[in-house]
Design a protein around this ligand. Structure first.
Ligand SMILES: *[C@@H]1O[C@H](CO)[C@@H](O)[C@H](O)[C@H]1NC(C)=O
Length: 208
């Protein structure tokens, strides 16, 4: 089966390479156009219902609406040692690897769903740089499922968390205390140019 789909897989990977580099825009980039639907793609059953999560033609689940949660107390960022942060992000990355390798058996589906994850994540770059028009925060309802990830024996849970991709952003927490200042071009140029100049051009977020 793998040989049969090797060619489509290759072309997906080539397209997906650019999804890593920039936020995936289904209107201008061709993955969603060329593959209107991944439902049951290639007759592979693990693709069944793929499009239900974000909707057809919405490969990377570009968040279009956000609902900010009324908070009792403001959530404020705190400055920690960067290694503490890097450790947690690596945990999330390794968990993604675990889910994809333990809960999907077809390489085709593993590849496509991982690229969906990467291009969906990459939208956050343009949120951070305030070029997306979206607020910069996270969905507290979705985060709250973290505690249900593992069974008590340490294996990955297989339960249905009961949400869909379209729920992302509907319970938004927007932490304050960061140094973004929309009225200050100095801050903007510091934030935009200094750290990003160190990145290879291919990794720079593209403003919409
Ligand atoms: C695409 O998915 C995102 C995230 O789930 C959702 O907010 C948005 O409404 C969806 N867009 C369409 C056109 O379905």
């Amino acid at each position: 089966m793998f040989a049969k789909f090797a060619l489509p897989l290759l072309s997906i990977s080539a397209l997906a390479g650019s999804a890593i580099a920039a936020p995936f825009n289904p209107k201008t980039q061709s993955l969603a156009r060329r593959y209107q639907s991944f439902d049951n793609w290639g007759g592979i059953s693990s693709f069944d219902g793929f499009d239900n999560f974000y909707g057809e033609d919405n490969f990377s689940g570009v968040v279009s609406s956000q609902v900010v949660v009324e908070q009792q107390e403001e959530v404020v960022c705190q400055s920690l040692s960067i290694e503490i942060v890097q450790q947690r992000l690596l945990v999330l990355q390794e968990m993604a690897r675990q889910i994809i390798t333990e809960q999907i058996c077809e390489v085709e589906t593993q590849t496509v769903v991982f690229q969906q994850f990467v291009s969906s994540c990459s939208q956050f770059s343009s949120d951070l740089l305030r070029t997306s028009g979206r607020q910069v925060g996270y969905d507290s309802n979705i985060v709250s499922n973290f505690g249900n990830f593992y069974n008590s024996d340490g294996s990955l849970s297989t339960s249905d968390f009961g949400f869909s991709g379209s729920d992302a952003g509907q319970s938004l927490i927007v932490p304050s205390g960061n140094n973004w200042d929309s009225s200050s071009s100095l801050h903007q140029s510091v934030v935009l140019s200094m750290p990003l100049l160190a990145l290879p051009p291919a990794l720079l977020p593209v403003p919409r």
